[in-house]
Design a protein around this ligand. Structure first.
Ligand code: B1N
Length: 831
């Protein structure tokens, strides 16, 4: 298909570059009122807050538009290599604040709206965040595309436009109840649908052999049904640099052919049902984090977005007549975990079946177009698709996978003659518990590079998950430690700290975060310390008002704010944090210590549990019940509080993290691939209490042991204990404090005497405890005592806090992107 006018335009405006509205309060107000009138069809006096928000979003979009169009033109003309980021999740967070930041319109918008009698903050809070991801993996994708735009690197993010994102969490009697996330219901001003550019995606059917005109044996896929992928484009603005990249999310729609067939048969109702069936594909985000479910619809989603994206890139981003033998000159597809790995056989199918490539030349091209990031170590999180399902849904792809595997195993056998056990171990096809395709192996074989997401994780990936592969191809493996965007998570989320930093060292740090180092000399400066502490106090007050309005939670003044926010998962060990709280409470109740001995502390939890994950949901229930008890027991004299605001999301994180004193990163060593919350906390001046796991290792190395509270077994110790045979009950028997805390739960102290309510949680800890919470309890409690000791010396605490900010510039996602560019992508910024 071709774009553009049918004849050469002669009107002067047709070829003139688009212009932006004037960068002034007056220009802004004009544009805003114009949008309110023409887009919303209302006058200011009759407009709702939603009208005002939508008009404001359009206004800011208009400022970005010229840059977007220019970026697209420039990139197309330059014919440079781009990054195609393939991710099933993008946890974007609200768009308005980020767009205001990227255009430097914050002040102007504030003043302009004030002149209209409106309040910018009120309009901002009208936005529902697009929660198109579960947690760290989706948020990482959002940080990466922000950094690439800011670094002027051409990138298209490809993903799925879920109609319902991650569920909205509510609590009913302390238990999690999920509500659908209707993020599109009040309008979606940030997206640009292009139904005319829809792509057809086929499913099912069978394959057949035929001989082509040149007498070659070929295969064709005869699919049984199809759907349309409609692209929705989103702007991804760089920070004050004029670049606006594109995020292209696909929405599924029934094809006409599909329902017409049934309609012609006379069953109108059935035709409409068929429509719904097709559109189910992009209906809802699977709410499982770090544990895939292996459902058919999930595989449909994966193939759907990947097929749309490859087709889109080849047909619409490359110029007509481009020689696909050179595809890797123009694109590197980054596979964000195994979710998009079906793209590998899809590209082979396009090249061999559609373009007539020989197998070997197609494989050469394919191998150079993909790289794979692994985000986990949990064995149950590695995707394996049953061959029965894959063959039914994508018969041609399964054949292609078998052939890739055959040729790969031939290479293994040639390299290790006679080592059949190894060949079987390395096969992409697992035989047990059922025949299935190991997607991580396929990705490893096809990718130019394979990376883990923190130094320790990449090492364990080589040694434990893919040892045979790293032995065969050591140079394929690399590490890129994750990062977070300092624009959203410092500049936007912590405006006063940002001003203090900029007043002290200039504002270059926003795009060159290592410059935070220049703050180090100020760590000892009492005046700087005072300002720093005042900002933390302001952030706490801001959080207090938010939680009061949002959840009716009242945070006491002057408490150490101890925060654990992340998905609820046993390996992350929220239960360990909870045992610490219960233990403090128990010691006061039983008179072992006086309430006045406690450091005044408020523990904040934020966590969603996968809806089908029973143990995680029970843990949420227990946290809420402990909160209820502890918060209302006068024996504590208000010195220990537990707050669990529902529905933790990016929007809440932006207010919570800047207010935190202490960051809880307490996963069992070897389980958390990286963590990225840990980085956000450190950059905002919280001290970390953490295990030697994921990126904690690198945080501690950078900030220094004195400014980090380390506890627990390290990974080798965990492995050793596991090998020896771990028996949690021995810790219960030998540690009175731990025993008293667990007994308190068992005796019904948090369940109105009901001794069964939390039986499964306690039983699990005592008899299974797969993530060894009991083994690390003693060490955790000791580290918490050090926290309290240090907090008592506010100057020392503040000094450490400042040093955490100054020394964690490494964790900018700009640095992660530089690493990907140099070690994996070999692309270039356009400047
Ligand atoms: O990816 C993050 C890491 O910082 C975290 O440590 C890691 O747990 C997270 C299946 C996942 N790994 N795997 C997932 C998400 C959804 C899903 O359906 C797996 N998420 C992570 C970024 O590297």
């Amino acid at each position: 298909r071709t774009y553009g006018p049918a004849s050469t335009p002669t009107h002067p405006l047709a070829t003139a570059p688009v212009s932006s509205p004037a960068h002034s309060v007056d220009g802004f107000v004009r544009e805003f009122l114009h949008e309110l009138n023409t887009n919303q069809g209302v006058t200011l006096s009759l407009s709702s807050v939603n009208d005002q928000y939508l008009a404001l979003a359009s206004t800011v979009k208009n400022y970005l538009m010229a840059r977007w169009l220019e970026t697209n033109r420039k990139t197309r003309d330059a014919k440079v290599k781009a990054v195609g980021y393939l991710s099933a999740e993008y946890l974007l967070g609200r768009q308005l604040g980020n767009a205001l930041l990227a255009t430097d319109l914050g002040e102007i918008a504030h003043k302009g709206l004030e002149l209209c009698g409106l309040d910018l903050a009120t309009l901002r809070s009208q936005e529902v965040e697009p929660g198109l991801g579960n947690g760290g993996l989706g948020r990482l994708a959002a940080c990466f595309i922000d950094s690439l735009a800011t670094m002027d690197v051409p990138c298209i993010g490809y993903g799925i436009r879920y109609e319902y994102g991650i569920f909205r969490q509510t609590f009913v009697d302390g238990r999690q109840v999920e509500q659908p996330d209707t993020w599109l219901s009040l309008g979606s001003p940030w997206e640009f649908p292009h139904p005319e550019a829809s792509v057809q995606v086929d499913f099912g059917g069978h394959t057949e052999k035929y001989t082509d005109d040149d007498g070659r044996e070929r295969t064709r896929w005869v699919p049984a049904w199809n759907v349309l992928g409609v692209p929705y484009n989103y702007m991804v603005p760089g920070y004050l640099n004029g670049r606006v990249n594109t995020l292209r999310l696909w929405s599924a729609q029934a094809t006409k052919a599909f329902d017409l067939g049934i309609f012609n048969a006379g069953d109108y109702a059935q035709a409409v049902r068929a429509q719904t069936f097709a559109e189910n594909i992009s209906k809802v985000l699977y709410p499982e984090d770090s544990t895939p479910q292996g459902k058919e619809l999930r595989l449909q989603q994966q193939y759907f977005f990947v097929a749309c994206s490859l087709r889109d890139f080849i047909n619409n981003e490359l110029e007509e007549g481009f020689d696909l033998h050179n595809l890797s000159d123009r694109i590197i597809f980054q596979l964000n975990d195994t979710h998009p790995v079906i793209a590998v056989p899809e590209l082979m199918r396009i090249l061999v079946d559609e373009q007539g490539f020989e197998w070997d030349e197609a494989w050469e091209v394919t191998k150079s177009c993909f790289a794979y990031t692994c985000h986990t170590l949990l064995p149950e999180a590695l995707e394996v698709w049953s061959t029965e399902l894959l063959g039914r849904l994508l018969p041609r792809h399964l054949e292609i996978i078998f052939q890739i595997n055959d040729e790969f195993l031939a290479e293994v056998r040639a390299t290790y003659p006679g080592d059949e056990i190894r060949a079987r171990r390395m096969s992409m096809i697992a035989e047990h518990p059922e025949r299935g395709v190991r997607m991580a192996y396929l990705a490893t074989v096809a990718g130019t590079k394979v990376n883990g997401v923190a130094a320790l994780h990449s090492q364990l990936l080589r040694d434990k998950v893919l040892p045979d592969f790293s032995q065969l191809w050591p140079e394929k493996f690399t590490n890129v430690t994750n990062g977070v965007t300092p624009r959203r998570f410092v500049k936007m989320a912590n405006p006063h700290l940002s001003d203090l930093i900029s007043d002290t060292i200039g504002n270059g740090w926003v795009t060159d975060l290592e410059r935070l180092r220049e703050l180090e000399p100020y760590a000892d400066d009492p005046e700087f310390q005072d300002k720093f502490r005042e900002i933390k106090a302001w952030n706490k007050r801001r959080l207090t008002s938010l939680l009061e309005a949002r959840d009716g939670i009242v945070l006491p003044d002057g408490h150490l704010l101890d925060v654990m926010v992340k998905r609820l998962h046993e390996y992350k060990r929220q239960s360990l944090k909870l045992l610490h709280i219960i233990s403090l409470y128990e010691q006061v109740v039983s008179g072992k210590i006086a309430a006045s001995d406690l450091t005044p502390r408020t523990v904040v939890f934020g966590a969603k549990a996968a809806p089908g994950y029973k143990m995680a949901k029970d843990t949420i229930h227990l946290i809420n019940k402990v909160a209820e008890k502890v918060n209302n027991d006068p024996v504590l004299e208000g010195r220990l509080k537990v707050a669990f605001p529902a529905n933790y999301n990016v929007t809440l994180a932006e207010k919570l993290i800047p207010a935190a004193d202490l960051s809880e990163q307490i996963s069992l060593a070897g389980m958390e691939a990286s963590g990225t919350g840990n980085m956000k906390f450190a950059l905002n001046g919280a001290l970390t209490i953490g295990t030697d796991d994921g990126a904690n290792v690198e945080i501690r190395e950078l900030v220094g042991d004195k400014h980090f509270f380390l506890f627990g077994m390290d990974e080798p110790a965990v492995a050793e204990l596991g090998a020896k045979g771990y028996n949690p009950i021995t810790y219960y028997e030998s540690q009175p404090q731990l025993r008293a805390a667990l007994d308190m739960v068992m005796n019904g102290a948090f369940s109105d005497g009901d001794q069964d309510m939390f039986g499964s949680v306690v039983h699990n800890l005592l008899h299974q405890d797969r993530f060894m919470a009991l083994a690390d309890f003693e060490s955790y409690v000791a580290a918490q005592a050090k926290v309290e000791e240090k907090y008592a010396d506010q100057a020392a605490w503040t000094r450490s806090s400042i040093l955490n900010v100054a020394r964690t510039g490494f964790f900018s996602s700009d640095r992660s992107m530089r690493d990907y560019i140099q070690r994996i992508w070999h692309t270039q910024p356009m400047i």
